[in-house]
Design a binder for this molecule. Structure first.
Ligand code: NZQ
Ligand code: ZN
Length: 387
């Protein structure tokens, strides 16, 4: 088991009615607030009105219209408001895109140059404004981690910004705010949570503690996502998805494991950068193809272990048959919740594969440390296999 340092400075208020903590948490930081949100979902659900009512003694500035796959242009607009108005605290209300945009705004507001510099060089983030979040979609884990992913349409890039300074100070997680998430986004969120686990679980070395956490989260999603497609207001299933999403991306699931290069995310971010697809949908398509590609003598036992622990598969003498069955079950689960299993279904062809693979290798230098090492030609082949 490897050494590690672990520290999550985010205070979580989890459960029904936790918005009651919003006022005290925000004003303890400051009263000049930038409220960041996406399209109209928080207005339709009434959450926007609730937030304004709770903060009626604060001075509120707004940045609305944050896009799925949030753009650096939105970040720049938010940074400008913070600088012009002397904002003291940023409040993000929405899904991962809104939270990610707000994180980059928090960092950009404390930096003199252009916010995109920070995405290209994380060392330039020296401090950030405090961030409070209210999550409305269970998927990314942004509410409980130090990551943000920002798109730049001018350069066709979608890249992470990672810094200890951008952990949310406080996150309010009320599963009821996810009741209105449509079926396709619920399914995409499930795939994203599972992919965060796969990225940490299929590594060269793991330990029993990490394996247990990872396998439990996978089983939780496999149990809860279908329930939500039948009944979007199943509180218990929404609640378990929400807490699973927070745990899955914050590092706690793989403490002590060997190196984790996150190949599926590296490859998916290239697809989102060029085709602006939903992150979880891209992951669901790539995952089984990546798994099949990774299956070899070195990894076969890990896939068998996964099949047994997550899908209750009986042991089989033919190890490759068992491993392949576990991978097929993964793909079948994604299709059973309505996700596609090939890129052609999204209208994507092979025209950008070389460009995406080259960019992916350049910005994900650890891919040669995957259980089956990945180089440029491997990444191209996985994209081709996914068409
Ligand atoms: O914009 P609004 O109107 O709010 O609608 C959103 C959006 O259209 C809607 N939605 C959100 N909550 C809703 C709702 N609709 C109805 N009811 C609600 N309660 O859902 C749509 C998608 O929202 P988005 O925030 O884009 O989804 P998600 O949470 O999946 O975030 C995806 C982004 O996060 C990044 C992804 O790459 C992608 O850009 N990621 C961030 C990570 C992180 N910070 O750690 C890690 C992830 O791996 C991921 O890369
Ligand atoms: Zn993800």
């Amino acid at each position: 088991m490897e050494n590690f340092v672990f520290h999550t400075p985010t205070k979580v208020h989890f459960g029904k009615g936790t918005i009651e903590s919003l006022h005290d948490e925000v004003v303890a930081i400051g009263k000049k607030v930038l409220l960041v949100y996406g399209g109209s979902s928080i207005k339709r659900s009434g959450l926007y009105d609730s937030v304004l009512a709770k903060l009626n003694d604060c001075e509120i500035f707004e940045l609305s219209g944050v896009e799925p796959n949030p753009r650096i242009t939105s970040v720049r607009n938010g940074v400008q408001i913070c600088k012009d108005k002397g904002v003291e605290v940023v409040l993000a209300v929405g899904g991962g895109s809104v939270l990610d945009c707000a994180k980059a705004i928090c960092a950009g507001a404390c930096y003199e140059g252009d916010a995109w510099d920070l995405v290209l060089d994380w060392n330039k983030v020296k401090k950030a404004l405090p961030l409070v979040t209210i999550l409305t979609l269970s998927a990314t884990g942004s509410e409980f981690d130090y990551g943000s992913v920002i798109s730049n349409l001018e350069t066709n890039e979608k890249l992470p910004l990672i810094s200890d300074h951008i952990y949310p100070r406080v996150s309010i997680l009320d599963p009821q705010y996810t009741y209105s998430v449509p079926a396709n986004q619920t399914a995409a969120g499930a795939a994203d949570i599972m992919s965060h686990i796969y990225e940490q679980y299929f590594c060269k070395d793991s330990n029993l503690v990490s394996d247990g956490i990872c396998e439990t989260i996978l089983r939780t999603i496999i149990a809860c996502a279908p329930r939500l497609l039948k009944d979007p207001q199943d509180y218990d299933a929404r609640a378990q998805m929400m807490w699973a999403s927070s745990l899955a991306c914050n590092g706690i699931c793989s403490l002590g494991n060997g190196i984790r290069p996150w190949p599926c995310h590296g490859m998916e971010h290239e697809l989102s950068a060029i085709y602006d697809i939903t992150h979880g949908v891209g992951l669901a398509i790539l995952t089984p193809h990546l798994m099949r590609y990774a299956l070899n003598d070195d990894t076969v036992e890990r896939f068998c272990h996964y099949g047994k622990a997550v899908f209750d598969m009986p042991e089989q003498a033919d190890r490759f048959a068992m491993a392949n069955e576990a991978i097929n079950k993964t793909e079948q689960f994604f299709t059973s919740i309505g996700l596609p299993n090939n890129l052609t279904a999204l209208g994507i062809d092979d025209s950008h594969i070389d460009e995406m693979a080259e960019h992916c290798i350049k910005f994900n230098p650890g891919l040669d440390q995957c259980p089956r090492p990945l180089y440029l030609e491997d990444v191209k082949q996985i994209y081709r296999n996914s068409l």
